[in-house]
Design a protein around this ligand. Structure first.
Ligand code: FAD
Length: 506
């Protein structure tokens, strides 16, 4: 694998900026066209791989049933304990439409959906290994030893983001694609006729330029840049925890805008989720996505003022988790508690094992213990207890079923809890302190269905392509889990193929 010692001032056909899933699908697709490809990674070799390395590896794609999944998974997993419902193109479209309130770009969405299965099959053929996703969203099938996997969420990269990332670096090495580490792309160089001609970069030797015929930008969102978060998401986002890489700071999005690229999508929007209140300021590669706290549909969530603030049971977590971070940010000190009792604590995702819950035998004692730990934040102990008692009194009879939207709800509260409302009456009680972490930003560059970056008249900027989290128009306010990696791969493959063809003069 190339590093800075092996750098030469030669011209590449295609340069790919970034070293995550979007970048490598582009680089591998371009290389398959027979052109010379270079990958630039701003991080050190040790910290390489962007957000992709932190992911749970979930890819949302269409499938007609278990056979379509086994065609990808092969001997990597045993299907005997799982069942799946088909996930059709109509299902995927419906999920995107409902979580984005119909705002997602129709043409880009159509491409994402219709190419999703074909793209994971292409990745399998390249050498990416797959397995079933049993970790997020499965439901038990009554009277059976099987679990039903989440609709559209049945597939993940084997070994999650960590192994996906190492597989992509390995495949790049095997395909003779050099990776230059500690190399930040800074500006896009253009010829007099407006076509892309290269990049200004900053590497361990200083500032210099590198020439290319086509450029694929795949350097992520701007979520790790406090200045851009403040400017676009709003002042309350200035200081928040970042769930993943600290290298995604938006400079190449700005560089593309400065040569006339069109901005697109919800620049004030982002994916942000409940995470452990004690999680570090940036993602920790030892924990990856294990700080998530997504079993809240079975909890009662209460803020430092002792108030509930959201319908915890509105939907399954895969359809609410990406916007739940914003609700938590609006609470004082962005700190809340998820409270469970013995009826629900057994339902917690195993990721809760990385946290330190506050445990007590009564709600009064629980309030006192939280107050001890959170005295500095002026926790309102009496209000906490009053709220939980009022919640218990408002819970309606009915049967609790964690595996479907059971309609077991409260009556008379604001907000109500509309599913999975069970009384907190089976001690010991558990309170998990939770904050939020930003995952990625929704606004970015406008691309067309060939992943070409377009200008203000919707014309492709000659030689410029983009994919992944730096593109806009896909997600608004919310996002169906697993669509980020899938979007990056579908448009990465398109970007790489079209960039290579452009570079060859086709
Ligand atoms: C904890 C966590 C869990 C997640 N789980 C999932 C999941 O299971 N499924 C899913 O679909 N999505 C998931 N996501 C969302 C995920 O971030 C994306 O879907 C996907 O990984 C983004 O890929 P990308 O290639 O666009 O960006 P990244 O993987 O972030 O890659 C960006 C790359 O660009 C590099 N870079 C940045 N600026 C420059 C520059 N100027 N010059 C050179 N290089 C630069 C970075 O170092 C990095 O290598 C998760 C995110 C997090 C943080």
């Amino acid at each position: 694998m190339a590093d800075s010692a092996q750098r030469t001032p030669e011209t590449f056909d295609v340069i790919v900026v970034g070293a995550g899933n979007a970048a490598f699908t582009a680089a591998l697709a371009a290389r398959a066209e027979g052109v010379r490809v270079l990958v630039l990674e701003k991080a050190t070799q040790k910290l390489r791989g962007g957000n992709t390395r932190f992911t749970g590896g979930l890819f949302r794609c269409t499938y007609n049933g278990i056979d379509d999944l086994m065609a990808l998974i092969g001997a990597n997993d045993d299907p005997s304990d799982v069942a799946v419902d088909p996930y059709t193109q109509e299902d995927f479209q419906h999920d995107i439409d409902r979580v984005t309130s119909g705002q997602a770009d129709p043409a880009l969405t159509h491409t994402l959906i219709t190419r999703s299965y074909d793209t994971v099959r292409w990745m399998a053929a390249l050498g990416v290994a797959w397995e079933f996703n049993r970790a997020v969203g499965p439901v038990r099938i009554a009277g059976s030893h099987k679990i039903k996997l989440a609709r559209g969420g049945a597939l993940r990269a084997k070994g999650e983001g960590v192994l996906l990332s190492s597989a992509l670096f390995r495949l790049a090495t095997e395909a003779d694609i050099p990776v230059w580490y500690e190399t930040q792309a800074q500006r896009i160089l253009t010829a007099a006729d407006g076509r892309v001609a290269g990049l200004a970069i900053r590497d361990p030797s200083g500032l210099r330029t590198v020439a290319c015929n086509a450029l694929v930008l795949a350097s992520g969102g701007f979520q790790a840049n406090p200045e851009m978060r403040t400017a676009y998401l709003g002042p309350s986002w200035s200081v928040v925890k970042v769930r993943g890489s600290r290298f995604n700071t938006g400079e190449m999005t700005r560089a593309a805008l400065s040569i006339g690229a069109q901005s697109y999508g919800e620049w004030a929007g982002c994916h942000a989720t409940p995470i452990d209140a004690d999680a570090p300021a940036y993602g920790d590669l030892r924990l990856t996505d294990k700080t998530n706290r997504l079993s809240y549909p079975f909890s009662v969530m209460v803020n430092l003022d002792g108030e509930r603030f959201v319908d915890e049971g509105e939907d399954f977590n895969l359809y609410t988790y990406a916007r739940m971070g914003r609700d938590i940010l609006q609470q004082r000190s962005a700190t809340i508690f998820q409270v469970f009792d013995q009826q629900t604590v057994s339902l917690l995702e195993t990721r809760y094992n990385t946290g330190t819950p506050i445990i007590a035998d009564s709600l009064t004692e629980l309030a006192a213990r939280i107050e001890e730990r959170y005295a500095a934040l002026d926790f309102r102990r009496d209000a906490f207890q009053t709220t939980l008692e009022a919640y218990n009194a408002a819970v309606q009879d009915g049967s609790f079923d964690p595996d479907r939207k059971d309609g077991k709800r409260t009556r008379g509260l604001r907000p109500e809890k509309t599913n999975w409302a069970t009384r907190l009456d089976q001690p010991p009680f558990y309170a998990y302190p939770v904050s939020l972490g930003i995952t990625f930003t929704f606004g970015g560059l406008r691309i067309n269905t060939e992943a070409a970056v377009v200008d203000h008249l919707d014309r492709p900027i000659p030689g410029l392509f983009a994919t992944g989290e730096m593109t806009g128009g896909f997600f608004y306010r919310n996002y169906p889990g697993g669509s980020g990696l899938m979007r990056g791969a579908v448009f990465g493959r398109l970007a790489g193929t079209h960039a290579a063809r452009w570079a060859r003069g086709e």
